[in-house]
Every structure is written in structure tokens, then in C-alpha cells.
Write a protein that binds this ligand. Structure first.
Ligand code: NDP
Ligand code: GDR
Length: 420
């Protein structure tokens, strides 16, 4: 890996590096912002205007400028020799914008002049892309072109490095197992086709204009910050709710789909590492291990002390509680205000059913990545195992479910989104 001082052609100064993250309010954007702030970057993020707050994942990183001004004032009056924890305080800046809006992107890049752009923004849901194919193409494909064009138009080719969030969905109908950088692509959804354009336009601008631009071909990665409608989070959230008597059943699509699931924290580290090389290259990021959706359900249920048995076939397949360990009875809310336990399950309850509306018009049945190149070139090794990740996700969602159950038991009307 190159040393920081050799990474771009500008003279070395003490000014912090500037990064622009599109999609900063999403799962990866939030972890990447954390990482870059820790590394001392000035971080700029593009957020969309929405009718309700959409910055929940990054609120802990953002400091109100008025508070910073007040803190600095009190610091300057302080006679204490103890340095307050000012590390990178106020280094996160949020800007309104949208990948469908070229003039907005050009203006932001012209103002910020970032050293690194991480293009994480996308309509990222594969099933939704079948419902909104044109919008998905506009944002995921043309949005990438708009950013690259902005870099070129502003003559920042030699300054600004570009990371493109490419995806294992490019492999779709897989041509080789496991999939690596040289495996042919065969996209199976409007999302994947849009990302295919984004992949190649990134390669093209690297070759045509000498922009330092890389594709990270990332396999599925999850966390407690994963959007609630992706399969892993849907499972951990629903099972936690079921354990607390807030929901009765988890409705699923294709249980046989296999994925190579890693942890988002490990994967954003790799996004940064890719932009610190001497030469831009594309990398597959994966764990090299795959599980089925059915196995993910079993593992998540086991974290709650629930053993699931499968019965029936196809659309009639159901997941039934085979046994409940003492771990399950320990999930009860330890609050003296509660007279009754919320634990609602008994053996024989059906907790998983199939709903055909979660099947996709064209499915990606199996994905398994080979991350050898990333390991060899960059020394990247994922640190968090699947079991540790499931533990973290279930613990997070159980905590939320317990809070809801507690409020409900005390007479409060608790509504949470059941849309999935
Ligand atoms: P999320 O869905 O969690 O986040 C997507 C982000 O993009 C959100 O910040 C969203 O804003 C923003 N966004 C959506 N549409 C627009 C738009 N028109 N203009 C500007 N911003 C927009 O995705 P992840 O964090 O999981 O993934 C990050 C990137 O990596 C995506 O490009 C995804 O396709 C890709 N990827 C993800 C993988 C994964 O397993 N997680 C694997 C491989 C690739 P808002 O919060 O307002 O909705
Ligand atoms: P994916 O993730 O399509 O791989 O895209 P998702 O978690 O949505 O689906 C994984 C697999 O599970 C099957 N499945 C279900 N999926 C959902 N969402 N809901 C269900 O009820 C359900 N039942 C079964 C799916 O059919 C699929 O096979 C994710 C996104 O983050 C993309 O942006 C990213 O590019 C890829 O991962 C890599």
C-alpha cells in the first residue's frame, strides 16, 4: 500500500483529506463516515430531502455547528490543561443532493474538491428495481456517469479518486463458482443491469481519462444498520418481534437462495483501502463462505433459543417451533412494572410461512465470492464472523422489540412498520 504522502499529485499539506460520500445516510455510508472521521478526514455527505428525518444512522456523528461554537468558546476560557476530546469535531458536513441532479453534483464537487469520492448512493433493493426499473437505471447507472463527468468537467482527474459500489449481483446467473474478478457477468434484475453500466463506465473513465477509479465488487454485507426490508434484517427483526409476542409469523420468499454474507464494517474498511493503492484496481470482497436463507433463519432463531423444524414443500413449507431452550425464557423483559411475560411461543407454533409476493421475476440463486486478490494485494481479512454478526443483529433487534413490548404492556399504543 502506498504511504499517504504519495497518494495524489498535490503537494503534501497538513490539511485533512476531504471525502465526499454519496449515500451517507445508508448502511455503508454511515460506517464509512465513521471510519473516515476516525482517520481524520473532513467528510462531506449527500443526503436527500425527505418528508421525515432520514439521518438516523449518522446522527451520532453529526455535531450541531451552534454547539461546536459554544464548545470552542468555553474551551478558550478554560484554564484546564486537560485537552477536551476534540478529535475531528465538526468534520462532518451534510449537503442536500440527488444522483439524478447533475448541476447539484457538479456544484458540490466544485465546492468541496474532494480527494476521494465514494459513490454508495443507489436504489439498492433488487426486488424494488423490478417495480421501478427506469428510476433505478437513472440513479444507479446514470448517477455514476454524472459523478464521473463532474470530476472530468471540473478537471479533477488527477486529484479526485473514485470508488464505485459494484455488486455481486453482476454475476447473477453464475458462470463460475466461486466468483472472482475475472468471472463473466450475467445480471438478472434491472438493479444489476444498471450496476453493470456503472461498473463499465467506471472502468472506461479510468482507461479513457486516467481517473483513479475502482470498482469494489462487494458481496452481501449486513449489520444492525441494514435496511429493514433486506432478507437478513427482515429475519432478525421479525424473529425478535415474534419472541416478544409483537408479531406472529415471518412471511418469506425463496428460502433456498444462497448468499455469501459478511459484515458491513469489514467491507467499508476495504472500500477505503482500495483508494489508497498506487494504481486503481477492481476487487471482489466476500467471505468465501455461503449459507441459504433457511440456514440464516435457523441461526437467528437459535440466538433467541428457538429451534425450528421445517415441514411441507414449496409454497406450503412452514417453519415450526420444535423446541424452546432456557435462553428463550430468559428473554422476558426484566421490568417489575410488567405483571405478565411477553414470551408468546410454544412448541408447535408456526413462525415461518411462504408468501409468493416475495419471489422475484428472475432470481439469483447462489453467490459465493473468492476474495483472494483483496487478501493478497491488500492484506484484507474480514474480522467479524457470520455468527458474531447474527448475534449483534439479533441482540439489537431484541432490544428494540423489548422496548416496544414494554410500552405496549403499559398501555401505550405502539405502532411499528410491518411493511417488508
Ligand atoms: P442502502 O440502501 O442502505 O443506502 C443507499 C443510500 O443511497 C441511502 O443513503 C439512500 O438515501 C441513498 N440514495 C438512494 N437513492 C438516491 C438518490 N437518487 N440520490 C442520492 N442518494 C440516494 O445501501 P447500502 O448502504 O447497503 O449499500 C451501499 C451501496 O453499495 C449501494 O450502492 C448498493 O447498491 C451497493 N451494494 C450493497 C451491498 C450490500 O450488501 N449492502 C453489496 C453490494 C453493493 P436515503 O437514506 O434517503 O434512502
Ligand atoms: P439481495 O439481498 O437481493 O442479494 O441484494 P436481499 O437481502 O434482498 O435478498 C437475498 C436473497 O434472499 C431472498 N429472499 C428474500 N429477500 C427479501 N428481501 N425478502 C424476503 O422476504 C425474501 N425471501 C427470500 C431473495 O430472493 C434473495 O435471493 C443485496 C442488496 O444489498 C444489493 O444492493 C446488493 O447489490 C446485493 O445484496 C449484493
Amino acid at each position: 500500500m502506498s504511504s499517504p504522502s504519495t497518494q495524489n499529485s498535490e503537494p503534501v499539506t497538513n490539511a485533512p483529506k476531504k471525502a465526499l460520500i454519496t449515500g451517507i445516510t445508508g448502511q455503508d455510508g454511515s460506517y464509512l463516515a465513521e471510519l473516515l472521521l476516525e482517520k481524520g478526514y473532513e467528510v462531506h455527505g449527500i443526503k436527500r430531502r425527505a418528508s421525515s428525518f432520514n439521518t438516523e444512522r449518522i446522527d451520532h456523528l453529526y455535531q450541531d455547528p451552534h454547539e461546536i461554537a459554544k464548545d470552542s468558546e468555553s474551551d478558550s476560557h478554560s484554564t484546564s490543561h486537560i485537552t477536551p476530546n476534540t478529535k475531528n469535531r465538526g468534520a462532518l458536513f451534510l449537503h442536500y443532493g440527488d444522483l439524478s441532479d447533475s448541476s447539484n453534483l457538479i456544484r458540490l464537487i466544485a465546492e468541496i474538491k474532494p480527494d476521494e469520492v465514494y459513490n454508495l448512493a443507489a436504489q439498492s433493493h433488487v426486488a424494488v428495481s423490478f417495480e421501478s426499473p427506469e428510476y433505478t437505471a437513472d440513479v444507479d447507472a446514470l448517477g455514476t456517469l454524472r459523478l464521473l463527468e463532474a470530476i472530468r468537467f471540473l478537471s479533477l482527474e488527477k486529484k479526485t479518486r473514485f470508488y464505485q459500489a459494484s455488486t455481486s449481483e453482476l454475476y447473477g446467473l453464475v458462470q463460475e463458482i466461486p466468483q472472482k474478478e475475472t468471472t463473466p457477468f450475467y445480471p438478472r434484475s434491472p438493479y444489476a443491469v444498471a450496476k453493470l453500466y456503472a461498473y463499465w463506465i467506471t472502468v472506461n473513465y479510468r482507461e479513457a481519462y486516467g481517473i483513479y477509479a475502482c470498482n469494489g465488487i462487494l458481496f452481501n454485507h449486513e449489520s444492525p444498520r441494514r435496511g429493514e426490508t433486506f432478507v437478513t434484517r427482515k429475519i432478525t427483526r421479525a424473529l425478535a418481534n415474534i419472541s416478544q409476542g409483537l408479531e406472529e409469523c415471518l412471511y418469506m420468499g425463496n428460502l433456498d437462495a444462497k448468499r455469501d454474507w459478511g459484515h458491513a464494517k469489514d467491507y467499508v474498511r476495504m472500500q477505503w483501502m482500495m483508494l489508497q493503492q498506487d494504481e486503481p484496481q477492481d476487487y471482489v470482497i466476500a467471505t468465501g463462505v455461503q449459507y441459504s436463507v433457511r440456514e440464516f433463519i435457523e441461526k437467528s432463531a437459535a440466538q433467541l433459543g428457538i429451534k425450528i423444524r421445517w415441514e411441507g414443500e414449496g409454497l406450503n413449507e412452514v417453519g415450526i417451533v420444535e423446541s424452546l431452550s432456557t435462553k428463550y425464557s430468559e428473554l422476558s423483559t426484566n421490568n417489575s412494572a410488567l405483571q405478565t411475560s411477553h414470551l408468546a411461543l410454544s412448541t408447535g407454533s408456526i413462525v415461518v410461512r411462504i408468501d409468493p409476493r416475495y419471489f422475484r421475476p428472475a432470481e439469483v440463486e447462489t453467490l459465493l465470492g473468492d476474495p483472494s486478490k483483496a487478501k493478497e494485494d491488500l492484506g484484507w481479512i474480514p474480522q467479524i464472523t457470520l455468527d458474531e454478526m447474527i448475534d449483534e443483529m439479533v441482540t439489537h433487534d431484541l432490544d428494540q422489540a423489548k422496548r416496544h413490548a414494554l410500552l405496549k404492556a403499559n398501555g401505550y399504543n405502539v405502532e411499528f412498520s410491518k411493511e417488508n
